[in-house]
Design a protein around this ligand. Structure first.
Ligand code: TPP
Ligand code: MG
Length: 419
């Protein structure tokens, strides 16, 4: 009888903590360091369910590297990784100040997520191509051949901006550094990465691709389309899902992280998948190497869910105190990636508190000096921006008449406005 049946209703997931409350992080399902097995790289993808549901971790609470995923790595590489994370953090902090000073119009930090891009970059080789989102600046800041002044000029949209003001600040493009132009349309990175990887295989090349997406963006159809192509053709690609718990003000459960994991999506699509502590530098390095080896040996794609926490605001246009507890990051069970790697490297005798402090100070000075240098080429504040014509150039080899006409109209409007 209809009268005896309950009224139908929908389930709308909610975070466990809102402003003024404290988050119950037990929803994360954290495994102990060393607990999750490390399968051979040629594992049948459908057998990676355990790895997709548990959480691969290497660093224990005492900063020791434990278990089967502990990677072979020289202390020097760890020192480089720690310095690159600190460099990324110093860059972010300085750019946040620059935005507050109105020198740049917009910025996005990766505070709390630095280990993911920095350790991942150590697993890639020359010619491999990343298709990043705006939160993987660590891929660039871990390289010696990328000039931070140039990065800052892109953010300042000034006369030395290599992209001539055509991209939103934070949307870098560095082909030579394996960093594909960032596309503002989220989730496109996944289809692009899979397509690039397929092209690499079609050409008989040896280079692999690495695509990036956030938890929220996995709700886009492009994510699922990319998984199908990657699985069917065993594309040589690493599919990174950065689950930082938030998509602007939307909790990750709204994109489907409540009753399952984002890594489990990969298993369902026939892709070997791992769920990894993204704040554990060693776990990120080990999982990235595992996935890179699979891609290089024609064993197919790997999806990796990196579990982390977006410690800062979504962007300089966002105020997270409106939708989550202010002290959430302090209670996040996976801690701070910088503090955790520091503890490990100090434990190895390859780093010290004193060296740490000195490095932080030197990097802060480096960033301040770089911003001063970059500011010499202008900023949006002083109007030293690329000429209007650059908006229309570089699309076609020869500018078609309709663009000529638009350029003429724009110039006339600017002149009228100035007069
Ligand atoms: C296709 C598309 N839809 C919406 C947006 C607007 N937008 C920009 S960032 C963002 C949130 C993305 O969250 P997530 O994927 O979790 O990445 P995170 O910012 O947390 O790194 C949204 C909705 C966009 N850029 N592209
Ligand atoms: Mg997110």
């Amino acid at each position: 009888m209809p009268g005896e049946m309950p009224k139908l209703r929908l389930h709308v997931p909610e975070p466990t903590g809102r402003p003024g409350q404290s988050t119950d992080f037990s929803y994360l399902r954290v495994s102990a360091a060393g607990e999750v097995p490390r399968p051979a790289v040629d594992i049948v993808p459908s057998h990676t369910g355990t790895m997709a549901w548990k959480l691969i971790r290497v660093l224990d609470d005492g900063g020791r590297a434990v278990g089967p995923w502990a990677p072979q790595v020289e202390p020097e590489a760890l020192r480089r990784g720690l310095t690159a994370m600190l460099r990324t953090r110093a860059f972010d902090a300085r750019m946040l100040i620059a935005q507050r000073q109105k020198k740049i119009s917009f910025y996005m930090q990766c505070l709390g997520e630095e280990a993911i891009a920095v350790a991942h970059s150590q697993a890639l080789g020359p010619g491999d191509m990343c298709f990043p989102t705006y939160r993987q600046q660590g891929l660039l800041l871990s390289r010696d051949d990328i000039d931070v002044v140039e990065l800052m000029c892109q953010l300042l949209s000034n006369q030395r901006d290599p992209l001539h003001g055509r991209q939103l600040p934070v949307m870098y493009s560095y082909k030579r550094a394996g960093f594909f132009s960032i596309s503002g349309n989220l989730a496109t990175q996944f289809v692009q990465a899979v397509g690039w990887a397929m092209a690499s295989a079609i050409q008989g090349d040896t280079k692999i691709a690495s695509g990036w997406i956030g938890d929220g963006s996995t709700a886009e159809a492009d994510f699922h389309n990319a998984l199908t192509f990657a699985h069917v053709y065993r594309a040589p690609v690493i599919l990174n899902v950065v689950n930082n718990q938030w998509a602007i003000s939307t909790f990750q459960a709204i994109a489907g992280g409540e009753g399952t994991t984002f890594a489990a999506r990969g298993v369902g699509a026939g892709i070997a998948s791992l769920r990894v502590d993204g704040n554990d530098f060693l776990a990120v390095l080990a999982a990235s190497r595992w996935a890179a080896e699979r891609a290089r040996r024609n064993l197919g794609p790997t999806l990796i869910e990196w579990v982390t926490y977006r410690a800062g605001a979504h962007s300089t246009s966002d105020d997270p105190s409106r939708y989550r507890p202010a002290d959430d990051w302090q209670h996040f069970p996976l801690g701070d990636p910088v503090a955790r790697l520091k503890q490990h490297v100090v434990g190895l005798g390859a780093w010290s508190d004193e060296e740490h402090e000195r490095t932080v100070k030197a990097l802060d000075e480096e960033m301040a000096a770089a911003l001063k240098e970059a500011s010499k080429y202008g900023s949006v504040q002083d109007g030293h921006i690329p000429p209007l014509a650059t908006m229309f150039e570089g699309v076609y080899e020869e500018m078609p008449p309709h663009l000529h006409e638009q350029m003429r109209q724009a110039a006339a409007e600017v002149e009228a406005g100035a007069g």
